[in-house]
Design a protein around this ligand. Structure first.
Ligand code: G
Ligand code: G
Ligand code: MN
Ligand code: NA
Length: 253
């Protein structure tokens, strides 16, 4: 309850900040996108991670306001980087409750209009387990979002018990392999074969693939050999402030 009160204050006092982690093209290593990751600059507790307050926001209904703040901030930032000569794709995490909310699709349209960001430069990430749990109620939103040109990603893939027919049926465009499968990629042949199989399945379904949690050059090299499209992880860069990300973009020119 204390957290709910504090979260309401955070929303009105601009204590929520968005950090950005690069997504790189595996073949070239160049930055092609950024994932927006919310943090709470708590006046006494310091930087609070989303796992500590996103669940509270979901339970209390505050996720609509939190999600809107992140979406507006991230799209405005992506539009700015675009103006600066870096037409990146921005990825924003979306909760099940947001998908189910009838005001979400018009909100996305409004944010794109307000920022001037092209629809295909925005990618909305929904975890595999959220898709399994909310797809019935959220399905209409997914279809409408995809019809506007927004990209749709299955986050944390491999942890959520979805079925093949299910994946084939949903209007998703991208799949992010959960970092637990990448962690042992260079040491465990089973994980190597699993990732290879997921890449084959994704191709058959017309989905591009992002490997999450890439932490070293060996993993990057293996993913390059497997033909994985994009990657994200500490090997390339950690989530960082918009200012630091902007410097990263300038240095990569
Ligand atoms: O940034 P960090 O690695 O701590 O993120 C932890 C989790 O929080 C991730 O699973 C991520 O998807 C989730 N998360 C980060 N930002 C947001 C957000 O803006 N909205 C929602 N719903 N989840 C987020
Ligand atoms: O939405 P998602 O759960 O994928 O959010 C990404 C989370 O993964 C963030 O909390 C981010 O800080 C974390 N992360 C990003 N790169 C790495 C990495 O290379 N290794 C590990 N262990 N975590 C990472
Ligand atoms: Mn994500
Ligand atoms: Na993930």
């Amino acid at each position: 309850l204390e957290t709910e009160q504090a979260l309401r204050r955070a929303l009105t006092c601009d204590e929520l900040v968005v950090h950005y982690q690069p997504l790189v093209d595996v073949a070239s290593g160049r930055i092609t996108g950024a994932e927006a990751l919310v943090r709470w600059m708590h006046p006494t507790r310091g930087l609070v991670a989303p796992l500590e307050f996103v669940p509270v926001a979901e339970e209390t209904g505050l996720i609509a306001a939190v999600g809107e703040a992140v979406l507006r901030g991230a799209c405005a930032q992506a539009a700015q980087w675009r103006t600066d000569g870096h037409p990146l794709r921005i990825s924003v995490n979306v909760s099940g409750a947001q998908l189910q909310d009838g005001t979400f699709v018009p909100l996305v349209a409004d944010v794109l209009r307000a920022t001037g960001l092209p629809a295909d430069r925005l990618c909305l990430e929904v975890t595999e387990s959220t898709l399994v749990r909310w797809a019935t109620n959220g399905r209409e939103s997914l279809d409408r979002l995809r019809a506007t040109g927004v990209l749709l990603s299955i986050d944390d893939f491999g942890t959520g018990y979805s079925s093949l027919s299910y994946l084939q049926d949903l209007p998703m465009t991208e799949l992010k392999i959960d970092r637990s499968f990448i962690a042992r990629l260079a040491r465990d042949a089973r994980d190597l074969h699993l990732v290879e199989a997921v890449l084959g399945m994704a191709r058959a379904l017309g989905l591009t693939v992002v490997a999450e949690g890439v932490e070293n050059a060996d993993q990057h090299a293996i993913l390059r050999g497997l033909g994985c499209d994009r990657a994200q992880g500490f090997h390339f860069a950690a989530p960082q402030t918009a200012a630091a990300f902007g410097r990263l973009l300038r240095d990569s020119d």
